[in-house]
Design a protein around this ligand. Structure first.
Ligand SMILES: NC(=O)C1=CN([C@@H]2O[C@H](COP(=O)(O)OP(=O)(O)OC[C@H]3O[C@@H](n4cnc5c(N)ncnc54)[C@H](O)[C@@H]3O)[C@@H](O)[C@H]2O)C=CC1
Ligand SMILES: Nc1nc(O)c(N)c(N[C@@H]2O[C@H](COP(=O)(O)O)[C@@H](O)[C@H]2O)n1
Length: 288
């Protein structure tokens, strides 16, 4: 077995040992995963170029996780800062007829700041055009899905939404409920994450979601930890001194949701090194 096959096998085991039962839940199976430095940062200061924390082996693990999960969720802050692709391009068989799949991108974007020239849209449009024109090798391309975006009612530009809908982007409009439990210091523009997850399950039949960040989204899930089934953290073996902290400086008790009265601890933990990085895996549990 090569390294990619070993990582895929390892990831299979994580999910096959999971207690999660899709039929019993209103939500998809959620994996919160991100990479941080030894001093707890997930990126450099805001508006600086994306910080590569994962080494090549743990990045391969991230691509295997993307391949395993049906959807990948990020916040608009990450789209704007990193312009990510969120595909599985490091896996064998990518765009070559292999048995790999790109996850469905899901973006939390209350005010619809989604840039029309971002890679997520550009890659999708290029893929679609190649399929429609049947360019050579088109049958072997790995499918790219247009993003699903969640916005807050009354906070988004309807004209921009129309443009995106014409590009096959799905826009889901949520009622802005300031009493939701997603406190994350973003001035009342936070989407109700339980609604987002239940729509992903009921409307799109999505079974599994990998939540990749950024900081505000990680925080939202940690204060609603009953929604998470797995946490997988890559620790890069270096310090950077400052930047964006994975969970911010402090989380107040008042931020915790009704269903998650504490921040989680991990059970069934596993840790190992991948290249020079340390991987920590566990299932979050809440103390009562
Ligand atoms: N090292 C890693 O694994 C990763 C690092 N990052 C880094 O994270 C940084 C971006 O983080 P942030 O600025 O915090 O942006 P973010 O990606 O967490 O997006 C936050 C935005 O999402 C929207 N949003 C709507 N509903 C929300 C909800 N319920 N909870 C949270 N956000 C909601 C709001 O507009 C909010 O401003 C970037 O620098 C990026 O490089 C991002 C992903 C992974
Ligand atoms: N696993 C991981 N390790 C790092 O060091 C990272 N900086 C990230 N960032 C996440 O990956 C996205 C970029 O994805 P593409 O390479 O463009 O497909 C970035 O936006 C973060 O979500 N992840």
């Amino acid at each position: 077995m090569n390294q990619e096959e070993k990582i895929k096998q390892f990831i299979e085991n994580i999910y096959s040992n999971s207690q999660y039962n899709f039929n019993d839940s209103r939500y998809p199976e959620v994996t919160l995963t991100y990479a941080q430095t030894l001093d707890g940062f997930i990126s450099g200061k805001p508006n600086t170029p994306p910080l590569l924390i994962s080494g090549k082996e743990s990045m391969l693990m991230t691509h295997c996780l993307r391949n395993k999960n049906e959807a990948i969720m990020i916040g608009i802050g990450t789209v704007l800062n990193d312009n990510p692709q969120l595909n599985v391009r490091q896996l064998t068989g990518f765009n070559n007829g292999g048995n790999v799949h790109n996850p469905q991108p899901v973006i939390l974007d209350s005010k619809l700041r989604f840039p029309l020239d971002c890679k997520l849209l550009k890659n999708y449009r290029e893929y679609k055009s190649k399929i429609e024109q049947k360019v050579e090798g088109y049958e072997k391309l790995t499918e790219i899905k247009p993003p699903i975006i969640f916005v807050n009612e009354n906070q988004y530009d309807k004209t921009k939404a129309e443009i995106l809908i014409n590009y096959n982007v799905e826009i889901n409009i949520l009622k802005n409920d300031n009493n939701n439990n997603n406190n994350n210091n973003n001035n009342g523009s936070s989407l109700d994450i339980t609604k987002v997850l239940s729509i992903l399950k009921s409307k799109y039949n999505i079974h599994s979601v990998m939540v990749e960040g950024g900081a505000q989204v990680i925080r939202t899930f940690l204060v609603n930890a009953s929604l998470i089934q797995h946490i997988i953290i890559t620790i890069g073996p270096f310090f950077i001194g400052n930047g964006v902290k994975a969970v911010g400086d402090t989380i107040e008790k008042s931020e915790l949701s009704e269903t998650s009265e504490s921040l989680p601890r991990l059970e069934n933990t596993q840790s190992f090194t991948l290249g020079q990085d340390i991987i920590i895996i566990g299932q979050p549990v809440l103390s009562s």
